[in-house]
Design a protein. Structure first.
Lengths: 186, 213
C-alpha cells in the first residue's frame, strides 16, 4: 500500500528503490529528487482524497500543492516518529480542513443536498452524494479505507486514534450510508 | 446461538459472525439484500477514487521550492565581505599611519637607523647641529673680520655684497626658525647649510675685494 519501489532512473542522488528510511533521509537533506519521488508515490491518492473532501479538482490540486510545499519545507525536521507517508497525509488533511474553514468563512455553506436513494441513479453517484451527509470523522475514515485503500493501522496513525476507533468509525460510516441509500425518498 | 435479523449489524462489524449470517441469508431475503448493499458500498467506493493528470503540478511545486531556496554563495564571493574587509583595512590603516608618523617625529624614537630619507635620525641631527654651530661660529668670525669693510663700503660691488649678505641673513633667520619647528627635516637642514655656504662665499668675496683691487 505504501510501497516505494517504483523505478526512478532520473533521481541520480536517490536510490532506484529507496526504502522509506532512505527516502525520509533524502527528504530531510532537502533533496528535490526525493521530494519528486515522494510526489510520484503519493500525489494521486492525495489528489483523490482532497477532491472528495473539497469537491473540486482545482481545489484539490491547490491543496495538494500547498501540502507538498509544507512537507518539503518541514522535511528537515521530520523525526521519523511516524512513517513518512503517515506524516504527509496528516499534513494534507490539515490543509484540506484549513481550506474548508476558509471557504466557510468566505461564504455560507450551501444547504446539504438530498442524498436519499434515487432508484434511477447509479449507486456510485448516490454514494458520492451520500458521503456528504456523513460527519467529518466517518467520511474521513470511509474515504481513507474504502476509497483510497489505506489499512486501519495506517488510518489510525494518520488520524492519531486507536486502530479500534478507526474500525468503529468505518462501521458507523457504512451503517449510515446503508441507511441513507435504502431510505425511501419522501 | 440462533442468528436473527437484528444480529445483522453485529455480523457486519464482527467477521466471526459471518458464517452464521450467511446461513441466515439463505432464508431471509431482506437481510440478504442488506448484506449485498453493504458489500456493494465497499465495491462501489473503490470506483470513487479519482485520478486525473496534472502535468503542471509538480513543476509548480519544484519551481516554488527552488525560488524559496537561496543559492549557496561562498563568503569570498560576496561583495559585502570585501566591502567590510576594505572598510576594516582603512579603519586600521589611518590610525596606524598616524601612530607611525608620531613615532617617527618623536626624538626618542629616532634611534632607529631605518628612518625615512626625509627625516634625520637623532644621531645624524646631532652631528648636523654640531657642524652647523661650528660653521656658524666660523662665519661669525668672518663677519667680524668683514664688518669694518662693510661699514666703510664705498664701491658698488661691496655695497651689492652688503645687500646680498643682508638678504642671506634674513633667509638664514627664516630657515633657522623653520628648522627649529621641524628639526628632523633634512631638506630644511640642507637649505640652511646652503645659505651658510653662500654667506661664507660672500664674506670671502668682500674680504678678498681689496686684495684683488
Amino acid at each position: 500500500m505504501w510501497e516505494i519501489g517504483l523505478p526512478l532512473p532520473f533521481a541520480a542522488s536517490v536510490p532506484d528503490h529507496p526504502t522509506e528510511a532512505e527516502l525520509a533521509e533524502a527528504c530531510r537533506r532537502g533533496n528535490v529528487r526525493a521530494f519528486e519521488r515522494l510526489y510520484q508515490l503519493h500525489s494521486a491518492r492525495m489528489k483523490s482524497l482532497s477532491f472528495h473532501l473539497l469537491g473540486s479538482r482545482a481545489d484539490a490540486e491547490d491543496t495538494v500543492q500547498e501540502a507538498f510545499l509544507k512537507v518539503c519545507r518541514a522535511a528537515h525536521g521530520f523525526e521519523g516518529h511516524s512513517s513518512l507517508s503517515t506524516w504527509i497525509y496528516r499534513i494534507l488533511i490539515n490543509c484540506c480542513y484549513d481550506a474548508i474553514r476558509k471557504r466557510q468563512r468566505l461564504a455560507e455553506s450551501p444547504a446539504p443536498p438530498d442524498f436519499r436513494a434515487e432508484t434511477n441513479v447509479p449507486l456510485k453517484v448516490s454514494l458520492q452524494r451520500a458521503l456528504s451527509a456523513l460527519n467529518e470523522r466517518q467520511r474521513m475514515v470511509f474515504l481513507l479505507f474504502e476509497v483510497e485503500g489505506l489499512r486501519h493501522s495506517e488510518i489510525a496513525a494518520v488520524l492519531e486514534v486507536p486502530e479500534g476507533t478507526s474500525r468503529s468509525w468505518l462501521f458507523e460510516a457504512k451503517s449510515q450510508l446503508k441507511r441513507l441509500l435504502t431510505e425511501a425518498p419522501k | 446461538m440462533k442468528f436473527e435479523c437484528g444480529d445483522l449489524d453485529r455480523a457486519m462489524a464482527n467477521s466471526d459472525l459471518l458464517p452464521e449470517a450467511r446461513e441466515h441469508f439463505k432464508t431471509c431475503a431482506a437481510c440478504r439484500r442488506e448484506y449485498r448493499l453493504w458489500n456493494e458500498i465497499s465495491t462501489t467506493a473503490r470506483e470513487l477514487h479519482e485520478e486525473w493528470d496534472t502535468p503542471a503540478l509538480w513543476p509548480a511545486i519544484r519551481e516554488t521550492l527552488q525560488a524559496e531556496r537561496k543559492p549557496e554563495v561562498f563568503w569570498w564571493k560576496q561583495w559585502k565581505t570585501w566591502a567590510i574587509a576594505a572598510a576594516l583595512a582603512i579603519a586600521l590603516a589611518v590610525p596606524l599611519r598616524m601612530w607611525r608618523h608620531s613615532v617617527l617625529t618623536t626624538p626618542t624614537a629616532q634611534t632607529s637607523s631605518s628612518a625615512t630619507p626625509d627625516f634625520l635620525t637623532e644621531q645624524a641631527l646631532h652631528e648636523v647641529e654640531t657642524s652647523e654651530a661650528a660653521y656658524r661660529r666660523s662665519i661669525e668670525k668672518l663677519s667680524e673680520l668683514a664688518a669694518p669693510k662693510l661699514a666703510a663700503a664705498s664701491s658698488p660691488a661691496v655695497v651689492n655684497e652688503k645687500e646680498r649678505l643682508s638678504l642671506l641673513d634674513s633667509a638664514i633667520a627664516e630657515t633657522r626658525a623653520n628648522v627649529a619647528s621641524n628639526r628632523f627635516n633634512i631638506r630644511l637642514q640642507t637649505a640652511l647649510a646652503d645659505l651658510y655656504r653662500q654667506k661664507q662665499e660672500t664674506l670671502h668675496e668682500i674680504l678678498n675685494h681689496d686684495a684683488k683691487n
